[in-house]
Design a protein around this ligand. Structure first.
Ligand code: DGT
Ligand code: CA
Ligand code: CA
Ligand code: ZN
Length: 601
């Protein structure tokens, strides 16, 4: 049987959930969760490895029990231990746990007491009051669950960028490999503008063999359905119901084509209006000057690059992340486009997990990964103990970890900062004592519970945490998971002003399932002079590369390097964290020169 890595990964994910529902050992649950994540990230198909006789136990995180289950699934397509668990538990509990806001215990209760096995059933039981009447439930909790259900059903069918981008890159590299005649091939559309969700993937290219490239696309194994297979455009549906549009043009006019299909539509409309006033008209092949006096037709000018295209219009290059059609054209005309932050500007990552809490890797491996990024500093921030499931550190274990980290510093080329991702409890207090927190270099404070609080309560909760002298950064402010969990309710303006007043930084969490702050929130934070930090929240040494998603959010927010705290040199950053709050905001402000900072006129 050929089972895909995704199917195997999903099975272990489910196994973990079922054991959680049963209340099994936390270590067993974590082992399955870890295996699921490892398998999902593997770069080779497990099925093939089994066929080739590979010893699966060579893969980190895969022991005998898990290896046996993979083999069983490979041979029979099923895993008997999993089937047995499914039989033991009420039918449909797995789909109940999929509803955000319903944990394993609640799912079991709903299944057992109400005999409900579907989302619709849950919705009904909220409507007629049966859910609220369950022990430990109540009106408020039921209303919270309803809110989550509505968020799922109204969510649009757009694909999160974290899924679309790797897929587009995979397709592009497969095409390049098959057709050496491809000269250019880029993602365009919303993907190139780094929007957080993507309607469809647009690829545009220039090639000596466009027909061959189109043929290569339709014959890729990921393609499920061919919608259009034409001369100029080929459209296909790939694996998870995502559409890919592929277009080819001439090298000589590639700049105009890439510009046209990058959009946004609004940017192109504004650009076209502007060009019209200059007597020029734009299309995907180039720029034509209109002979306005006599009504005669002009000549088409071609542009191999976008730079040349914009230059012909008397404009500096406008980077795709800014092409929203709002203020970028005015800023370009007034020569106040920002010098946007880039991945290479980052000098540290301040939110990293190790296997001491819920990460996959030992501390050493995370330090090596930070060194490999070329960083000058990093903070290890495992979870505090409040979250049972994330294997958070008790104060004793944190003390031990601090000692380990301090002992690793000698001879290490980068600064290893001792940190924690400490839970902000529902009342805004923190999960460690003040004395414990004062020992840390970097404290990332995050909300992980009671996410259904009303706006006033949530706002006060976050502001209280920001008032704590040891809190350096607020992690993933809204707690949203793209397409899965709605953001919490809070007063953004109040939170941003408090951040500025207390000298607390806000995180742009680069993990592509979060992107939190989102672009518009980061934009407003920058305007108000709130220090921002781009963190990966890595749970594996390979996750540090995901910084590019966070950098894109910052770029869409018109951030320059000086707006981002972790572009600071080691000395500057250490000065920032060593200066007591709220005065440290002055250290941040000192890095701000009089460079234009873009955005609104
Ligand atoms: P998406 O796919 O919904 O995330 O957003 P986009 O921006 O990728 O939109 P898409 O795929 O419809 O089109 C790609 C780009 O092509 C779009 O940003 C602007 C450009 N474009 C040029 N002419 C047209 C047109 O007539 N209609 C549309 N919709 N887009 C056009
Ligand atoms: Ca698109
Ligand atoms: Ca498209
Ligand atoms: Zn977190």
């Amino acid at each position: 049987m050929t089972v895909s890595n995704q199917e195997i990964s999903q099975l272990f994910e489910n196994l973990g959930v079922l054991l959680e529902i049963k209340g099994d050992s936390i270590f067993k649950i974590r082992a399955y969760q870890r295996a699921a994540r490892t398998i999902n990230d593997l770069s080779f198909p497990l099925s093939t490895a089994v066929d080739e006789g590979m010893d699966l136990k060579q893969i980190p995180g895969i022991g005998k029990a898990i290896s046996d289950k993979i083999r069983e699934m490979h041979t029979t397509g099923r895993v008997s231990a999993y089937d047995k668990l499914l039989e033991e538990l009420p039918q449909g509990v797995l789909s109940l746990v999929d509803i955000p806001g319903i944990g394993p215990k609640t799912a079991l209760l709903i299944g057992k007491e109400l005999g409900i096995s579907t989302i619709e059933g849950v919705e009904q039981s909220i409507g007629d009051g049966r859910l609220a009447a369950l022990p430990g439930m109540g009106q408020k909790a039921a209303a919270g669950i309803l809110r989550h259900i509505q968020a799922i059903s109204t969510k649009d069918q757009r694909t999160p960028i974290g899924r679309a981008l790797p897929l587009a890159e995979e397709i592009a590299s497969a095409l390049r490999e098959k057709c050496p005649g491809i000269v250019e091939l880029f993602p365009a559309g919303s993907l190139r503008r780094w929007e957080e969700t993507i309607g469809d993937i647009d690829l545009v290219g220039a090639a000596s063999c466009p027909e061959e490239a189109a043929q290569a696309l339709v014959s890729l194994p990921v393609v499920k359905e061919v919608l259009v297979h034409g001369g100029k455009k080929t459209s296909v549906v790939v694996e998870p119901g995502i559409q890919v549009d592929l277009r080819f043009g001439e090298t000589a006019s590639f700049g105009a084509m890439l510009q046209y299909f990058t959009g946004s539509q609004q940017h192109n409309i504004r650009l076209r209006d502007y060009a019209n006033r200059m007597g020029l008209s734009l299309n995907e092949y180039g720029i034509t000057s209109r002979d306005t006096g006599t009504g005669g037709t002009g000549v088409l000018e071609e542009f191999p690059t976008e730079e040349a295209f914009y230059a012909r219009l008397g404009l500096p290059y406008i980077t795709p992340e800014l092409r929203t059609g709002v203020w970028e054209l005015d800023a370009a005309l007034e020569d106040r486009l920002p010098n946007l932050v880039q991945s290479s500007d980052l000098k540290g990552d301040l939110h990293l997990h190790s296997e001491w809490s819920d990460g996959n890797d030992p501390i050493e491996k995370m330090v090596e990964a930070a060194i490999a990024q070329g960083y000058d500093y990093m903070a290890l921030t495992d979870h505090s103990a409040g979250l049972g499931i994330a294997n958070g550190l008790s104060p004793e274990r944190l003390e031990k970890q601090i000692a380990v980290l301090r002992s690793m510093q000698a001879g290490c080329p980068i600064a290893i900062l001792c940190g924690s991702e400490v839970d902000i409890r529902s009342d805004g207090s923190l999960d460690y004592s003040n004395e414990m927190l004062a020992q840390l270099d970097v404290v990332v404070a995050s909300v992980h519970s009671a996410m259904g609080q009303d706006s006033a309560t949530m706002t006060q909760r976050i502001i209280k945490a920001m008032g704590h002298p040891s809190v350096t950064i607020i992690g993933h402010l809204s707690t949203r998971l793209l397409g899965q969990r709605p953001p919490t309710d809070f007063d953004l303006e109040a939170v941003l002003h408090a951040a500025r007043e207390t000298g607390t930084a806000l995180e742009i969490n680069a993990s592509p399932e979060r992107l939190d702050l989102k672009d518009t929130h980061a934009y407003r934070a920058r305007e108000l002079g709130v220090p921002l930090v781009i963190n990966t929240d890595s749970h594996d040494h390979t996750h540090l590369d995901k910084k590019r998603y966070g950098v894109a959010v910052a770029r869409r927010a018109w951030c320059q390097p000086q707006d981002i705290l972790n572009t600071f040199t080691r000395e500057q950053f250490l000065e920032f964290i060593r200066t007591p709050k709220p005065d440290r905001i002055k250290v941040f402000d000192a890095a701000h020169t009089s460079l234009p900072s873009g955005g609104r006129p």
